[in-house]
Design a protein around this ligand. Structure first.
Ligand code: ARG
Length: 287
């Protein structure tokens, strides 16, 4: 009897995955009153001028791209005196049509919380929560499948994580941020699909890094250069990934995995420490 030969694998390389874009409903806020006249994160330098017209044009390009890709964009009226209100991601967290309001850490932004919650009330949302603890909406809460990843360390109070879990009834996994440049979870981690993320390991504590490795062993890891251009502040519809165009390594890595990366230039908004994801709040209505 000849010794059995090992069977040749049919495919040597893994075939690229086919990805499907799922149309979303998004909330955005036009940067009509955008400016940098206070500093609450290391990106903000009030002494440096902001080109308001360019900020508006860049934001309009992002909004147009969402619509071109088949997403619905809802708008909330920007309020005078709230220059950071353009960062709609911070306005709330919405899962299964339930709205968990935002309570901001800095007095400069506190009025945004009730303004966003009023918008939801006016739109007829029924299950609204005005939270007890500080949390900055989708800046620190990111849904991956049915799990809510929850940032803390700079803005969101860790006690908010239990409050969010009780309100939504989905498992909440806390992650601690350590680098002040990546002060919100959505500056250090992006959700790509129901089971995939990309993140910048150095933005997290060793324990949180270990948790991320355990949950997402195949995650795309961002380089320091990707993170420095805010490449993780990205939005994915399951196929198209909108992200800062300067994040070239991430763009290549996404393409390799079958995503369609779409580079966007939001240089003016970056002067406030925000980009694509910060400008975008996902309205996850009840199915
Ligand atoms: N200037 C704003 C702040 O420091 C930027 C918020 C960016 N938003 C975000 N989702 N990361 O609060």
């Amino acid at each position: 009897m000849p010794y059995p030969q090992p069977i040749e694998p049919l495919l040597t390389a893994e075939a690229p995955r086919t990805r499907t874009a799922i149309p979303r409903r998004l909330l955005m806020c036009r940067p009509s009153h955008f400016d940098v006249h206070y500093s609450i994160n290391p990106w903000m330098h009030p002494e440096k001028p902001v080109d308001a017209e360019l900020a508006l044009a860049q934001w309009e390009t992002l909004r147009a791209l969402y619509e071109e890709l088949g997403h619905t964009v809802e708008l909330i009226d920007p309020l005078d005196g709230l220059p950071d209100m353009v960062f709609a991601a911070n306005g709330a967290t919405v899962v299964d049509g339930k709205v968990f309001g935002a309570r901001f850490r800095h007095v400069e932004r506190t009025a945004e919380g009730p303004a966003y919650l009023d918008w939801f009330r006016d739109q007829g949302y029924q299950e609204l929560c005005w939270p007890e603890f500080i949390n900055e909406g989708e800046g620190d809460y990111l849904l991956v499948g049915r799990r809510l990843l929850a940032g803390t360390g700079f803005r969101t109070d860790p006690r908010s994580h239990a409050e969010a879990q009780e309100f939504f009834g989905v498992p909440v996994t806390g992650l601690t941020l350590v680098n002040p440049e990546f002060y919100h979870l959505d500056t250090a981690l992006a959700v790509l699909s129901d089971s995939e993320v990309m993140y910048y390991p150095a933005a997290f504590t060793p324990g949180s890094r270990a948790v991320l490795r355990e949950l997402y062993p195949d995650a795309i890891l961002a380089t320091e250069a990707d993170a420095a251009v805010f490449g993780l502040n990205a939005f994915s519809d399951g196929h198209n990934v909108l992200l800062p165009q300067a994040a070239t390594h991430l763009i290549d890595a996404l393409r390799e995995r079958g995503f369609a990366p779409r580079g966007v230039d939001l240089s003016e908004l970056l002067k406030a420490g925000g980009s694509v994801k910060c400008c975008t709040l996902e309205l996850r209505d009840r199915a």
